[in-house]
Design a protein around this ligand. Structure first.
Ligand SMILES: *[C@@H]1O[C@H](CO)[C@@H](O)[C@H](O)[C@H]1NC(C)=O
Ligand SMILES: *[C@@H]1O[C@H](CO)[C@@H](O)[C@H](O)[C@H]1NC(C)=O
Ligand SMILES: *[C@@H]1O[C@H](CO)[C@@H](O)[C@H](O)[C@H]1NC(C)=O
Ligand SMILES: *[C@@H]1O[C@H](CO)[C@@H](O)[C@H](O)[C@H]1NC(C)=O
Length: 174
């Protein structure tokens, strides 16, 4: 073995036992209809997830995501305060190495969730069409604690219904 090869082999050996893994990339919270999912990229290495609430007292482990390889973790049950501020973190590990911790941006459920489309049903009735519009389904299904209902009330969100017929270029809202 040439001395250069020997040197490179030694370097590789040192790197595999002592160096950090690259930290998880692109750590972010994707949220639709108040379902909050932390996602990241780490080439499907094992990872552990923590979260912190706005009191920022301490990072808490997410037990169900303490050793996961699928690059996502549903945090809906932890982000319980609609108006709270939360943050998630991810750390990659193997049996002999650990990465630096990567953090998501601050996350507020109420401000940051994306509202999905309404659930629309069209049925025909006697010389009429019956259009039923329901709010998107949210994970908290209790009448006095429906986050989507709160969103609609607080922001006066409205749906616009239009009738489109073939060949008609512009349509007016009903
Ligand atoms: C981990 O963080 C330390 C301190 O910020 C930094 O010096 C080091 O380069 C980081 N390691 C990796 C693999 O990114
Ligand atoms: C991760 O899970 C695997 C399989 O369940 C287990 O063998 C391994 O010890 C766990 N690693 C840690 C650090 O908990
Ligand atoms: C990583 O996770 C896989 C699948 O859960 C498991 O088989 C493996 O033992 C884990 N590795 C470590 C280092 O915990
Ligand atoms: C329209 O649909 C709603 C919900 O399915 C139903 O309660 C209502 O009776 C229907 N109206 C007519 C005129 O069919």
């Amino acid at each position: 073995m040439s001395s250069l090869h020997l040197l490179m082999s030694l370097c590789l050996l040192v790197m595999t036992v002592s160096s950090n893994l690259p930290p998880p990339r692109n750590v972010r919270i994707i949220s639709e209809n108040f379902v909050h999912v932390l996602v990241w990229e780490n080439n499907y290495l094992n990872a552990s997830v923590h979260y912190i609430t706005q009191e920022r007292s301490q990072w808490k482990p997410v037990d169900k995501c303490s050793n996961v390889t699928n690059q996502l973790c549903d945090l809906t049950e932890y982000f319980t305060d609609l108006l709270g501020n939360y943050q998630g973190s991810v750390q990659s590990f193997t049996h002999n190495a650990i990465s630096n911790i990567s953090y998501s941006a601050l996350f507020n459920p109420f401000e940051s969730t994306a509202l999905g489309p309404p659930i629309v049903r069209v049925t025909s009735c006697n010389k009429c069409v019956n259009l039923t519009i329901n709010l998107p389904k949210s994970p908290t299904v209790s009448s006095d604690n429906n986050p989507i209902l709160k969103l609609f009330n607080d922001y006066s969100i409205q749906y616009t219904i239009m009738v489109v017929t073939p060949n008609e270029v512009s349509v007016d809202p009903l």
